[in-house]
Design a protein around this ligand. Structure first.
Ligand code: COA
Length: 579
């Protein structure tokens, strides 16, 4: 089918649907919801058989929903309506929630039902539920809806639907979200912050300054007078509750953007007592621990739960320290597990934006992430694995590739390209790591295509090594890691030989110097594109047009982009690939 995706932004769910439906053989184009006239124009240009709205913040114009079937993906059970469905589900302690695909009509979210899925709720942030359960359910429900539509079936009116149980709920206001630090328990506060994470956060004050709170973690040992700020640890601040304490990882000050709590309140939090953990080993009690090491037999697992997958200078340096420490252990295999939602999204654009000199901070950040990648690449004592439970983007995709093996959960969406961030050239040794897997022509195609890639595609084209199922992902990772231990001697010998061969052909230092020379131009050169793009990304400025990489209907003359070249392992790469 010819399908137009209409979305407020091309977010993770939209990306996943785009990639899945393209894999199913549908012809897709994307229009960002900018203005009714622009949507009407997109429909006229593309003449879709169906329009899918995975993530919309307002109504589809009547002229459009009357002319083409418009399928709305609503993150709620059948009958649920309103703009903060998941927030209410978390707030109300629902044990089961769902996704409904309904047809757009005059009343918002009240059209007839094409398909739905349900899932058990998990104690997690709203954004995490959205990135995992909601996304999986939406993909299945949209597929079912499209099959029914193609078969000429009709959707079921809401009032006759057997599964209808939800109702209209207004947008959840900050009145509902407000925390009473003198009365509410850690569990209640955690639920409130989870229900508002990653948007809009809970309006509160820290150090007497209004701000929004995100990224909460219960603390099991520290205590204090309810509401008192009692400690800091790296990027997080700990606040006492009536029955314990809770860590706040991220905050947004009025008029600002989301930052690690100790960065947003650098001067104020400097006076708090530091509450360090005494090792990388996973703490035995509940607490905030962004880098956590576990060992099982000859395998070490390094978890790094960096909010939104963004890695600042300090986070890269600490992760490198933790990695080198893990490599000093009498184990054979180190598995880099990343975080629940993201493995890594590369350098920390928000921290960079907040720096006195964003160019200098960008430089320090790219050097720090390259140092980490190089430490992984040069590790000759252990086999290394990146296990991607969550998505990865830009430098994060190549940092993972620095490992000997990359295993990726089915359903993970990858964005292994840099150019969407203001034509960044990119580093993390991608000029070494990508062409050796997919050839130079394939590397160029991936970089220029600038589109999301599914786990299966990444493995199919040879960029990554193994897709593992969502159900039992951790157990599968553990089983595969133990299998590597069994094959350690042969594999480590091959690894050392290949590294020596590669180093002789072209030292890692050369790749790094070439990439960093291009990045220096991005950061300090005449072209300000990267700084402008980062500013828009961090400040979340609304889109004013749809990039042509997405809006196929607006580049009819160009034809299919990026389909060619993926699997050509052509030789003789240029010294520095012009992208
Ligand atoms: N630095 C800081 N914040 C980042 C980030 C980064 N590198 N990458 C993602 N984020 C944040 C987003 O701002 C967003 O914040 P929110 O919680 O306030 O909404 C959150 O992570 C989720 O990102 P979002 O863009 O909504 O996720 P997505 O799944 O829709 O898209 C990407 C994923 C990777 C395509 C997109 O986040 C992206 O382009 N990130 C930038 C990657 C990059 O250019 N890195 C620098 C070069 S190495």
């Amino acid at each position: 089918m010819r399908i137009l995706l209409l979305c407020h932004s091309f977010n993770g769910l939209s990306q996943r649907l785009y990639a899945e439906l393209a894999r199913d053989g549908h012809e897709l184009s994307v229009e960002l919801d900018i203005a009714d006239t622009v949507t009407e124009e997109a429909v006229r240009l593309f003449a879709p058989e169906a329009l899918i709205a995975p993530f919309l913040k307002r109504r589809i114009p009547e002229s459009v929903w009357r002319s083409v079937p418009c399928l709305i993906v609503h993150p709620g059970v059948v009958g649920d309506r309103g703009p903060t469905a998941l927030d209410w589900a978390i707030h109300d302690g629902e044990t089961e929630w769902g996704v409904t695909v309904l047809q757009a009509e005059a009343e918002m979210d009240a059209g007839p039902i094409w398909a739905y899925r349900t899932f058990p709720m998990r104690q997690a942030r709203k954004a995490s539920l959205y990135r995992h359960e909601v996304t999986e359910a939406a993909v299945a429900a949209v597929r079912e809806a499209l099959m029914k539509l193609a078969a000429g079936e009709k959707p079921t009116p809401l009032e006759r639907h057997p599964a209808a149980r939800g109702s209209w709920r207004p947008a959840m206001s900050q009145d509902w979200r407000r925390i009473d630090w003198q009365r509410e328990t850690t569990a209640t506060i955690w639920t409130k912050i989870n229900a508002a994470d990653g948007f809009p956060g809970v309006a509160d004050t820290l150090f007497g300054v209004p701000c929004h709170l995100f990224d909460a973690w219960p603390e099991g040992r520290l205590t204090g007078a309810a509401g008192e700020l009692i400690a800091r640890r790296e990027t997080a601040i700990c606040r006492a509750t009536v029955d314990g304490a809770i860590w706040i990882g991220h905050v947004k000050r009025a008029g600002g953007f989301k930052l690690p709590a100790t960065a947003a309140f650098a001067a104020e939090s400097a006076h708090l007592a530091e509450a360090p953990l005494d090792s990388w080993q996973a703490a035995s009690w509940q607490t905030w621990q962004d880098i956590r090491y576990e060992e099982e037999g000859a395998v070490g697992y390094l978890h790094f739960e960096f909010y939104n997958g963004a890695m600042s200078v300090r986070q890269c340096q600490r992760l490198q320290d933790a990695f080198l420490w893990a490599a000093s252990r009498p184990t054979r295999v180190i598995v880099l597990m990343g975080g629940e939602d993201f493995w890594s999204n590369g350098i920390h654009l928000n921290v960079i934006e907040a720096a006195a000199s964003p160019a200098d901070e960008s430089w320090r950040n790219i050097v720090a992430i390259d140092d980490l990648a190089e430490a992984i690449l040069r590790c000759e004592s252990h086999l290394t694995v990146a296990a991607l439970r969550g998505n990865a983007g830009a430098g994060g995709c190549f940092l993972a590739r620095a490992c000997d093996e990359v295993w990726v959960r089915e359903g993970v969406v990858l964005n292994p390209h840099y150019q969407n961030m203001g034509n960044l050239y990119g580093s993390e040794f991608w000029t070494y790591l990508l062409p050796q897997r997919v050839g130079w022509k394939g590397a160029r195609a991936i970089m220029q295509r600038r589109l999301p890639m599914l786990a299966q595609e990444a493995v199919f084209c040879g960029f990554y090594d193994k897709v593992l199922p969502t159900a039992g992902f951790s157990a599968q990772v553990r089983a595969c890691a133990q299998a590597l231990v069994a094959d350690f001697s042969a594999r480590i010998a091959r690894k050392r030989a290949r590294r020596a061969r590669d180093e002789a052909a072209k030292p890692l230092a050369h790749y790094r110097a070439e990439e960093l020379a291009a990045m220096r131009q991005n950061f300090y050169g005449f072209d300000p594109s990267y700084h402008v793009a980062r500013w828009h990304f961090v400040h979340k400025t609304p889109h004013s047009w749809t990039p042509l990489t997405l809006a196929r209907h607006r580049r009819a003359a160009i034809g299919r982009v990026g389909a060619e070249g993926f699997f050509d392992h052509d030789q003789n790469p240029p010294a520095l690939m012009p992208i």
